[in-house]
Design a protein around this ligand. Structure first.
Ligand SMILES: NC(=O)c1ccc[n+]([C@@H]2O[C@H](COP(=O)([O-])OP(=O)(O)OC[C@H]3O[C@@H](n4cnc5c(N)ncnc54)[C@H](OP(=O)(O)O)[C@@H]3O)[C@@H](O)[C@H]2O)c1
Length: 296
């Protein structure tokens, strides 16, 4: 199997690419910024460049990971978010359509407005409240409108990537190292998603071959505060105090939904519900991986 991957230099790409290669795949990782990692340069906003590369490589499956994932940057620079997350996705989907390639799109669970008390299922209606989530949902719709052979995998709060981790877990680890007291919001809920686990689940789902939309997060959900406390517990940082605060005390440019917790309903319905472990277990494994990497 031949795979072309966009955004391969990011958090998810750094778990997915080695796994695809280990599974016997011929991989063509691409990114806007190659950073000397044997990665081909591809800016998904450049339609001609996308067409030329997809034509040249002719992958069986194209994993479209590239996106502007900085939620606050998207809010402050909506045109940039649109160019990358919407038009970039359209360029990829059109190239897949022209060449009959299976497309994999990574969506986000933050497309819901967060008002539902229970975890969201794939049948729930999205109602995104931030620019990032709006552009990511538009990306989903483009894929669904243009293609028949596609997988959309919606991820939750991504954790993983080791040195490439630029999200909540990395920030809390850094604060635990440098501060005696840290604050974390206790009124925003989500489902953490370990890059290693979602990569494995995506590969297994593709093997089953049933196209469509899947929620794909680790099992369970938590608040940002609970997640921070678990990191503190696993890292044995007993001397640091974590203070729960309401999000109103931590204003950010982009609004976040109260809840983006989801249930992997469609994954369970194809018999793969067991493949995603509880988020606490996944977090523990990730922190152990990080500790091992630091000690080498
Ligand atoms: N991170 C999360 O919490 C989260 C949650 C749900 C879903 N997702 C989705 O999961 C996918 C993978 O995200 P990730 O967590 O791996 O994020 P990431 O670490 O930010 O990776 C995205 C990669 O895409 C690259 N990129 C940005 N603009 C590009 C362009 N115009 N052309 C080509 N590459 C471009 C980025 O490069 P630069 O870093 O140099 O800009 C980065 O290497 C994304 O589609 C994201 O929307 C992420």
């Amino acid at each position: 199997m031949k795979y072309l991957i966009t955004g391969a230099n990011g958090m998810l790409g750094s778990a997915l690419c080695p796994m695809l290669a280990k599974d016997g795949g011929e991989i063509y990782p691409t990114d806007i910024n190659t950073k000397g990692n044997n990665i081909y340069k591809l800016d998904i906003r450049d339609k001609e460049q996308v067409q030329a590369m997809v034509k040249e490589i002719r992958p069986d499956i194209l994993f479209h990971l590239a996106a502007e994932t900085n939620v606050d940057k998207c809010e402050l620079e909506p045109e940039h978010a649109y160019q990358t997350n919407v038009l970039g996705t359209k360029n990829i989907a059109l190239a897949c359509k022209e060449m009959g390639i299976i497309m994999v799109y990574i969506g986000t669970c933050s497309i819901f407005d967060g008002k539902k008390q229970e975890p969201y299922r794939e049948t729930d209606t999205p109602n995104p409240i931030s620019v990032y989530s709006k552009t990511k949902l538009e990306g989903e719709r483009i894929v669904q409108d243009l293609l028949e052979k596609y997988f959309i995998f919606r991820a939750g709060w991504m954790m993983g990537g080791n040195k490439k981790d630029k999200k909540f877990v990395a920030k809390i680890i850094e604060l635990l190292e440098t501060q005696k007291e840290i604050r974390a919001v206790d009124d925003k809920f989500g489902s953490p998603t370990f890059t290693f686990d979602i990569s494995r689940a995506m590969i297994e789902t593709i093997k089953v071959g049933r196209y469509g939309l899947y929620h794909m997060t680790n099992l369970g959900s938590c608040s940002r505060y609970e997640l921070a406390c678990k990191i503190k517990e696993y890292l044995k940082k007993d001397d640091v105090i974590i203070k729960p605060i309401p999000s109103s005390e931590f204003p950010l440019p982009a609004p976040r939904p109260r809840s983006e917790a989801v249930e992997n309903f469609n994954l369970s319905s194809i018999g793969l519900g067991h493949i995603m472990r509880p988020w606490e277990e996944a977090l523990k494994i990730y922190l152990e991986q990080l500790a091992k990497e630091h000690s080498e």
